[in-house]
Design a protein around this ligand. Sequence first.
Ligand code: BES
Ligand code: MN
Ligand code: ZN
Length: 502
Amino acid sequence: MELRVATDQPWAVPADVLALPIAGVPVFDGPLGELDRRSGGELSALAAFGELSAKRYGATLAAAGELPAGRILAVGAGDADAIDRETVVHLGAAIVRRLAGRPVRRLAIWLEPLAGRLDGGAVAVAELLARGVVEGGYDPQQPYRAERDAAPPILDELVLVVPGAADTAAVSRAAARGQVMGEGANWARDLANRPANEATPQVLAEEARAVATRHDLFVDVIDEHRAAELGMGMFLAVGLGSDNPPRLIVIRSGAEGERDAAGRHLALVGKGVCFDSGGISLKPADKMEEMKMDKTGACTVIAAAATVARLAPGTPLLAVAPAVENMPGPHSARPGDVVRALNGRTVDIINTDAEGRLILGDALTYAERLGATHVVDVATLTGAVARAFGHLVSGAFGSPQAWYDEFAAAAARAGERVWQLPLEEDYFPEMESWYADMVNTGGAEAGLIKSALFLRRFVTVPWVHLDIAGTATFRKATPYAAKGATGVSHATLVELALAGAR
Ligand code: BES
Ligand code: MN
Ligand code: ZN
C-alpha cells in the first residue's frame, strides 16, 4: 500500500472512495457544507433521513455527485470531545472493514475533522489512521476453508487528505510509521491465530529465527536439555506432558546488556503456551479450543522486536518467549509436584493449570541474567482479568510506580486501554506452602492479584505485568476488527521500546 499526502481540499481529491469522519451532530457548513453541495445534497439528505450520524464506527456509503471520488463513506467518530488516539486507530480500521468486498484500490481519508482533536494534530492522526487501515485490512476469515466471505479491500494507495498542510513530509513519515506498526500487529495476529497442531513451540522458535534473520537480530533457542542444565525447573515442568518439547526463545537487538537512549536494557517477556489443556488439572471441554491462543504474549513480543527493528534498527531490546504445550500425559507434572525455579526458589505446583506464571517466572529470571534492567511481561494469564475487564481493557501491575507510569504513557501513545491493579503483598501469605517456598495458586479470592504477586517473586528490576487474557482475542468480529487475535499490546510495547531509540 502506497501512502500519499494530498494538500488539496477533499472535493478536489480523486479516489475510489473518500472517507469523511463525522464527529458529533453533522453541521453542513464550512468544508462539510461544500462537500454536501458538490455531492448534490446527498450528505445532508442522508443525515435528515437518519442514515448518516456520528454513531461510533457506523458507516454510510453515499453517492459522490460531481466530486472526483467514486463514492463517499461517511464514518461516525462519536462525540467530538470523546475522540482519542484509540478512536482514530479504530476509525481507520472500521473504514476499510466497511468496504469489504467492494472494488476499492485507492482510498482517501479526510483528516480535518479529527486533526484538531488530538495533541499532535494531523501528524498524529495520519499515523494512527494508517495503522488502523492496515489493522482493519487484516481478516483471516476461515483460513482452512475454500469459500470466503468478502474480505476488506487490498489497497494500492491510501491518500491522507490534509488541506493546506505545511509539513507534508512529517505527515507522510508518521503515516509510514503507522503502517509498519499495523503490519507488526497483523504479523502477531497471524501467528497467534494458528492452531496448536501447526504452531508448536518448535514452530514458534523457527518463526522467531526467521524474524531474526530478516532483521539481523541475535537469536538463541534454548531446548529442554539446556534448560535442564540451566535449572529452569518451573519452565520445564509445564512441558513434560507433551511430545512437543519446550523452547525458550530469545531475540535481541544490540549487544548483550547494551543500554538504550533512556539508559535501559529493556526486556519484553511473552507467555507462549501453544496449547493450554490445563494439564493434569484438566480444563472443562467447553471453550477449551480457545486455549490455542494462550501463546499470544510470545507472538506479540517477537513481533514487537521485529517492528522496533524496522522502525529504529539497532535499538537495544531483548525479547524472551518461553514456549510450551501444557498437556496431560504419563510424564506430566502432577498437582503436588515440587520444582526448583531458575532463581533457586522451590514451588509446590498445586494446580497445573496455573502454568503461565511457572514459565514466565523462569523467563523473567533469565531476562535479568541477560542484563535486563527493565522488564514488561505480557500474558494471557487469568480468566479473572477477562471477567473483570472484558475484551476491551487489559489489566496491568507494576513496580516501582514510575516505571508503571512510563508503561502507561506508552499505552496511551499507542491508543490502548490498560487499567492498573494493586500489588497487595498482604495476600502473599495465602500462597505459602508447607513443603516449598510457595504454591503456584492461592485460591480464587484475589486470584488476579495473586498471579502478579507470584511473578513478582522472580523479578528484582523495574517490572510491569500485563494480563491480556480478555483482550487478546475477540470472540466475534467488531466494526474495526475481525474475530480472533487482536494484536493487543503490540503497539504499546513498540512505543515503550522506541522511547529508548537514538
Ligand atoms: N490460559 C489460562 C488463562 C485464560 C483463561 C486465558 C481464559 C484466556 C482465556 C491460564 O493458564 C489459566 O488457566 N488460568 C487459571 C488460573 C487458575 C488455575 C489459578 C484461571 O484463570 O482459571
Ligand atoms: Mn492454564
Ligand atoms: Zn494458560
